[in-house]
Design a binder for this molecule. Sequence first.
Ligand code: NAD
Length: 291
Amino acid sequence: MEIRTVGVVGAGQMGNGIAHVFALAGYEVTLTDVSAEALEKARTLIERNLDRQQSKGAISAEDKEAALARISTTETLTDLGPCDLIIEAATEREAVKTAIFEELVPHLAEHTILTSNTSSISITRLASRTDRPEKFMGFHFMNPVPVMQLVELIRGIATDQPSFDACLAVVEKLGKTAATAEDFPAFIVNRILMPMINEAIYTLYEGVGSVRAIDTSLKLGANHPMGPLELADFIGLDTCLAIMNVLHDGLADTKYRPCPLLTKYVEAGWLGRKTGRGFYDYRGETPVPTR
Ligand code: NAD
């Protein structure tokens, strides 16, 4: 089955990047969000990021204009009904995702493949709440989407081969590389990455090191391009906490216990870069550690 039209649900950090890469690869994209402001911001950001690619010589001015012309936005979820492929990239809360699928499913074409960009929630469980578990998959992009090469493809227990093959062909057309993961909590990348970030937060919580010492240690001592706390702020602390909770609940092992300090930051609304404050304060010229 050839996919030409793509609906993206959620225009946050991930949704705007997903719309960007699909439009640049020639797909017609409809982007939706409950927030008109998020849609506005996404458009501005996509344009700015395309500009950056153009100034680096990665794309031409015509590529940029054509990509922008392929993206339409709507606040009405059901406008996505005719799309060949749906990628849900709304907030990492199961109730939010399930409500989206329940509203959208009666409007979908029979052939439509439904996917979620969830970082951790069970694909099989999400699929079971739809009318098409065999056409349901995890389509997990990394942040920032236009830059990161990997896409994790996750099969639910019922996912059929034609749907998997169609998604794999899409990843190839996007010029990205797929890794296939089985449907267990947080899949591959976050199963490994998030406990490391959580451990870095424990290291801060227990006073072993400061924010700067921890990030410098992993950058210069383990050759990581970003420190774990910097990375947590980049991902979003609400998303990090949600993933740790999925690991803790799904695998029932205390080694996945979310650090209380992570919970406290989320309770404060200090969610990282997207809210201007997290382990660093981003409101000034340069980021300043908050502890
Ligand atoms: P975000 O907070 O930046 O954006 C979420 C967006 O979803 C918001 O704009 C919000 O208005 C919108 N939304 C909420 N409810 C909605 C609804 N009912 N219908 C339509 N839109 C709705 O979050 P994000 O970082 O873009 O994460 C989105 C998804 O991508 C999550 O499932 C997350 O786990 C996953 N993900 C995130 C990262 C990351 O690094 N941030 C990486 C890979 C995957």
